[in-house]
Design a binder for this molecule. Structure first.
Ligand SMILES: Nc1nc2c(ncn2[C@@H]2O[C@H](COP(=O)(O)OP(=O)(O)OP(=O)(O)O)[C@@H](O)[C@H]2O)c(=O)[nH]1
Ligand SMILES: C[C@H](OP(=O)(O)O)C(=O)O
Length: 224
């Protein structure tokens, strides 16, 4: 199986602009990417980062064995086009997995559950009907990201006669897009994960109130 990890290398995570500076968003996005790549390698695969701009794996916080297993492909086209150019065509035997770089809670076990699905197309939906991860083992299925892409992908699978399985995964279903999502990173990130470590360095901590838990940033660590 080929595993592709799309990564917006410049100006990542704009929806976090209210709580993180541009430099912090870059650090945080790269930390999530490193966590995802580590999980992919632990699951036994050699990931390709599909980046919008050149990226040197040596500049990511990766163990040496993970770094050596990672390759980078630069494609400046929009996400959908860049991913579609990597999906299997007629005659290709190898399925292609697409795992987003902002799945900060990804573990090898969660990926293995997705990778072992038997359908032509296996999808993990994200919050708000996005598509966080999928495996394509069909020559005609193509992606159409953004909007309610999970619903669109179900329809596309039907149109091309591909079987589709929805994989239920809290860890892969949690994409980190908005400030409220940072809660999940602090609650469920593990000791060795880079993303929660970076958030804590930035001064974020959980805030327990009467309602849903939120994150707060220590006053002294807020940027000017
Ligand atoms: N190769 C590639 N990856 C992309 C592109 N846009 C987003 N991504 C990646 O696709 C995944 C999902 O991205 P989104 O959450 O939609 O966008 P984002 O850029 O991370 O964040 P926002 O700026 O807040 O929308 C993340 O792993 C991004 O790094 C693109 O145009 N090309
Ligand atoms: C990649 C895209 O992400 P969103 O824009 O929904 O966060 C999608 O899931 O279709």
């Amino acid at each position: 199986m080929q595993v592709v990890v799309p990564f917006a290398a410049t100006e990542p995570k704009t929806r976090l602009a209210d709580v993180l500076t541009p430099a912090e968003r870059t650090v945080f996005a790269r930390a999530m990417l490193a966590d995802v790549l580590t999980a992919v390698v632990e699951a036994g695969h050699e990931p390709t980062v599909l980046a919008t701009a050149p990226l040197d794996p040596a500049t990511l916080d990766l163990e040496a064995d993970v770094r050596d297993a990672v390759s980078v492909a630069v494609d400046e086209r929009p996400l959908t086009e860049a991913v579609n150019a990597r999906l299997p065509e007629r005659g290709d035997d190898d399925p292609v997995a697409v795992v987003m770089a902002d799945l900060a809670l990804t573990t090898a076990g969660a990926l293995e559950a997705l990778f072992s699905a038997a359908a032509d197309v296996a999808v993990v939906p994200g919050r708000g009907a996005g598509t966080n991860a999928l495996v394509v083992d069909h020559p005609e299925f193509r992606v159409d990201y953004h909007g309610a892409s999970y619903l669109d992908h179900r329809e596309i699978a039907r149109d091309v006669g591909a079987t589709l399985e929805t994989v239920d995964s809290f860890r892969l279903g949690t994409d980190v897009d908005e400030p409220a999502d940072l809660v999940e990173v602090l609650v469920h990130g593990t000791e060795t994960d880079r993303a929660p470590a970076r958030l804590r360095e930035f001064g974020f901590e959980l805030e327990r109130t009467d309602g849903r838990v939120t994150v707060a940033r220590l006053e002294e660590s807020r940027p000017e």
